[in-house]
Ligand binder design. Structure first.
Ligand code: NAD
Ligand code: ZN
Length: 248
């Protein structure tokens, strides 16, 4: 593993155009559980079922009660961990330009990264399903579930539910970045949710090096990724950054 950390630091030291794709795993050390992995809240229910737009349309109150309220509590408490901070440091060192994140927790921005594509939207805002009104999530009144807009419409997070389209501008920009980067860092994602899962593939096919950080092998390991650094996002990223700073 030390060899791979050294290798990643050397690869980054020699690169000018680097992008990252992050998933739920990068926020696990900030105490936000992933959907599929082990841990707390999501083991009791099937979030895949509740995270589908049809489930929300059928019974928004139930989805708010079972999934969204819990997400709010968890995200409210969360702070960036060493992996988010490490990526922000890589940007300062000019060894990372853009982060494409599947996460909705806002932790990359909180850590100081300035170019973050929120591929699956953001939990920071709620929007009305009837009018155009938007409400910051921290100002929500959750005495009533589901929370309502002034107009009486149900509020929903500005996140992409399963069954919904990715914002076309996010998709187009992510595909362009994936096809132009020299290195794609893939951190904490199982690469099973499409179309995000195609991003590393686009990079690979365009000639980039794909480096994975994940304690478990993924759908990319051994085929799309050049190598997997099998560790937790926080300590692995900070070790790579420390080694890189020695090299440059
Ligand atoms: P996922 O399928 O990408 O799985 C999580 C991955 O993280 C797994 O491969 C797991 O091995 C890895 N992982 C676990 N602990 C890790 C650690 N400490 N360091 C690095 N990697 C680690 O993600 P999912 O949970 O199935 O989520 C599905 C969708 O919902 C995605 O779009 C996801 O981003 C979103 N989601 C977002 C958040 C968030 O905003 N923080 C939380 C849950 C789900
Ligand atoms: Zn409204």
């Amino acid at each position: 593993m030390d060899d791979l950390i050294e290798r990643a630091a050397r690869d980054l030291a020699g690169a000018k155009n680097v992008a990252a794709l992050t998933g739920a795993g990068i926020s696990v050390e900030s105490n936000i559980p992933p959907f599929r992995g082990k841990g707390g809240l999501w083991e009791k229910v099937d979030p895949m079922e509740y995270a589908h737009i049809e489930a929300f349309r059928r019974d928004p109150g139930k989805v708010w009660e079972v999934l969204i309220k819990g997400m709010k509590d968890v995200i409210d408490q969360a702070r960036p961990n060493a992996a988010h901070l490490g990526l922000a440091r890589l940007e300062k060192l000019k060894r990372l330009q853009t982060i494409i994140t599947q996460n909705v927790d806002g932790l990359h921005q909180m850590a100081g990264s300035s170019d973050v594509i929120e591929f699956h939207g953001s939990f920071a805002w709620q929007c009305c399903t009837r009018c155009e009104r938007r409400v910051p999530t921290r100002k929500l009144d959750l005495d009533r579930i589901p929370p309502l807009c002034r107009c009486g419409g149900v509020l929903r997070p500005e996140c992409v539910f399963f069954g919904e389209m990715i914002a076309p501008e996010h998709l187009a920009r992510s595909q362009r970045i994936a096809s132009q980067c020299e290195i794609m860092l893939v951190i904490g994602t199982s690469a099973t949710v499409s179309p995000a899962s195609y991003i590393p593939l686009i990079s690979k096919e365009s000639g980039a090096k794909v480096i994975e950080i994940n304690p478990e092998p993924t759908a990319l390991t051994g085929s799309v990724s050049d190598y997997l650094i099998a560790g937790k996002a926080g300590e692995t990223t900070s070790q790579i950054v420390a080694q890189l700073e020695r090299l440059i």
